[in-house]
Design a protein around this ligand. Sequence first.
Ligand code: NFS
Ligand code: SF4
Length: 666
Amino acid sequence: MNKIIKTANKEAAQVLAWGEARGIETCFSRAEKLKPCPIGESGACCKVCHMGPCRLVGKNAEEEGRGICGATLPVIAARNLARMVAAGTACHGDHGRDMVFTLLAVADGETKDFKIKDVKKLYRVAGIIGVEFEGRPVNDVAKDVAVKFMEDFGRQRGEINYIKRAPKKTQERWRKWGIVPRGIDREVAETLDRTTMGMDADADSILNHALKASLANGWGGSMISTDITDILFGTPNPIKAEASLGIFKDDEVNIVIHGHEPSLAEMIVDVVYEKEMIDYAKSKGAKGINLGGMCCTANEVMMRHGIPTAGGFTNQELGIMTGLIEAMVVDVQCIMPSLTRLAKKFHTKVITTSEKVRMPGAMHIAFDEHRAKEIAREIVKTAIDNFPNRRLEGSRVTERFPVIAGFSHEYIEYMQGGRWRASFRPLNDAIMAGRIRGVVGMAGCDNPRVPSTGMHKFLAIELIKNDVLVVSTGCSSASCGTAGFLTPEMALENAGPGLREVCEAIGIPPILHLGACVDNTRILTIASAMAAEGGLSDEIGGMPAVGIAPEFITEKAISIGCYFAASGVPVIFGGESPVEASKEVTKIMTEVWFERFMGALHFEPDPEKILAMALDYIDQARDRLKLRKYEPGKFGAERVLMDMAARRVLERAAAPHAGVGGINES
Ligand code: NFS
Ligand code: SF4
């Protein structure tokens, strides 16, 4: 019926075709109907005051165009971008803040449902932010850590705690350009202030502040969130799981946890294994309870428990269209408001759980960390009660793909040398020798305006073919996972010769699933560790590394792109540029930012060009670092990588109870 290819995922295409034949509306059909306004899309529309909206179009708009107030096109485009950064920083900031509150509740003994799972990580974090931990009760340390992080949100003067985690040289650049964030909330508020009518009228200055607000995300809200999540729920190690719209089971109660914040999701994971719950499900005619995830909540619970994912952003409606979901439990962010209307056509109950996300037509069961388990049980029971209402209609999918997920900074360090010699030396060496050409962080959303997940798939394959190690997060991980790309076998079949050797020696896939979007901060700390290790760049800038978000959608993604750029990583986003209208703004974000920070933020719709640009950045960085010229199949001298088996022998000899490492069976 429809010739336009809307998704590059086979299972998604199947469900979509089923729905289209029945006239069911999805983001794909809406994207087709609703074309973006070209003026707004390119950043040329200002609506920050009611003399406007002012749309600066026409031949000489860049030079001569003015809003009623006199604002120029570069100012308008810069303001629009800065406001996106502020919103993205606010999202991840709020997420981080909620995690801090949960840690505080645990430390104060106000909740018995959560515990500190990773004391080692707590101490590591305490050490970084200057909280005394030796010889003190764990909860006292946790409390001090929580309080110190809380200050990062409301601090008016000074610097956020984690700035000091960046390499010295990277920090120096930030200080020179005045973009060290004071407090997370303060930078968000100031961005809104600066960009309203009659304020900052210098595009460069506006964009500089946007970088400051973005750093409050990367080295603030998101990094705090990642670390507290690890402290509370465990630092991820590689774990087996599955990805596909086919994860739902015909004869079990299917529950989906969708959104971003992992606290409630963790409780639900616990509860679905409880005997009373399983018995209750059986009493309703089901064989058991099957839990799956969507979007970043999925990434969180997959990395720690092997819970399967039904995919990323564009799969959420399609999941409901399988007809198999008893309850879709949503927390915050990237929840399509269309879910409740769609769910009415099926038996699925949409359950909202955050005060921040209310949806007409949804059931609301408010999450409260003080009564977490009780609430999780109520939710699971609600889903079970809905099982007898399941009808026949729906598009059933059978295909499922294995996934290895859960590469944390800590694990990547460990896998390169074992418990006793953990370091980034082998990775740096492999890059120096040209075995690995460079590293690309693939992140961000899947987008119904392009064949959804297709850009991720194309780039992932091409990059690893070119000996580029890929680390993925967010819906990029979901796109790769649902394509069957997150397995070690991928290396054998698709990776270039150098990357393949490294992957085989260590036993890892060539695309490493690093987690949710907040876990992009793992890439920041990994890059910092690589800088400290020596032999490559001594700052994040100048590394043979690139960030790509080929199908970006959200304001969060823009904020992430900016903090990578400010930290020294050239970033390429797919799709049309939201600052396309202004050459000046485009130049600032690419050339000027590169001069100042060695990072940049490009927008490029053509995937072939994204690939070429990424490889070019990598090769240029290799040149500048005077590394061996990359040639496929030819490597320099390098120390032998110790494989897993050799390392295990070594460890068993040294410590018979070594705890980390290995791929968990789940
Ligand atoms: Ni990231 Fe995760 Fe996905 Fe995009 Fe949304 S789920 S936080 S924003 S759509 S990658
Ligand atoms: Fe128009 Fe200026 Fe108002 Fe923007 S701030 S809507 S450019 S008058």
